[in-house]
Design a protein around this ligand. Structure first.
Ligand code: MN3
Length: 225
């Protein structure tokens, strides 16, 4: 009896501590390289917004994730369940912010590098958009409706439903990541920091403008992956 209990608690402890080791083994999160200059998305997104968004906001998610990951490893070593649970939500927030923004930068391109350029009729993504929504204009409108409906901070996403292979448009609060049966195809940041310096309270203009710099080729890579 006591042997079974001891073995059981050992097994639990081993499973519990395996997680932070895996996180640390992957090393620290870092900001991804950008494929364009901060000012290259003008006039649709100002260089000032991109610079602050990347060097301040995204950097904060990276730092927050790394710090919380280190603390989590300590808390689990100490067997501190309360600290572990609290740190997990910090990791979800900052880690989600890092993942979402890394996708967001890839998702954008200056018009000179294909930004805003819709793919041809034979492209698999174009076909999926037409099957699921009818046209590019309609999926853009549907996404803008979702963006307008984000209360507080969050994102709207064009996603692929892996059960049906159809495209859908969803929104997620805060920095929650797309998951489950959904693969993110295009993500649009609806946090105020993504537009306020340029668009102030008229966020609908930001939602319209950003499609001029959406990288549909990159979106198609994710759709086919
Ligand atoms: Mn953001």
């Amino acid at each position: 009896m006591s042997f079974a209990l001891a073995r059981n608690s050992f097994a639990r402890k081993a499973a519990f501590s395996a997680k932070p080791a895996a996180i640390l083994a992957r090393g620290k999160a870092t900001l991804p390289d950008l494929d364009y200059d901060f000012g290259a998305l003008e006039p649709f997104i100002s260089g000032q917004i991109n610079e602050i968004h990347y060097t301040k906001h995204h950097q904060t998610y990276v730092n927050g994730f790394n710090q919380a990951s280190e603390k989590l490893a300590e808390a689990q070593k100490e067997g501190n369940v309360r600290a572990t649970v609290e740190l997990q939500s910090l990791i979800n927030f900052h880690g989600g912010g890092h993942v979402n923004h890394s996708l967001f930068w890839k998702n954008l391109a200056p018009p000179s590098q294909g930004g805003g350029e819709r793919l041809g009729a034979s492209s698999p993504l174009t076909k999926a958009i037409e099957e699921s929504f009818g046209s590019y204009d309609k999926i853009i409108t549907a996404t803008n409706v979702k963006l307008a409906g984000v209360q507080g901070s969050g994102w709207a996403w064009i996603v692929k439903n892996t059960q049906t292979n159809a495209l859908e448009v969803i929104s997620k609060p805060n920095q929650d990541m797309v998951g489950g049966n959904y693969i993110p195809i295009v993500g649009i940041d609806a946090w105020e920091h993504a537009y306020y310096l340029q668009y102030q309270n008229v966020k609908a203009d930001y939602f319209k403008a950003i499609w001029n710099v959406i990288n549909w080729k990159e979106a198609e890579k994710r759709f086919l992956a």
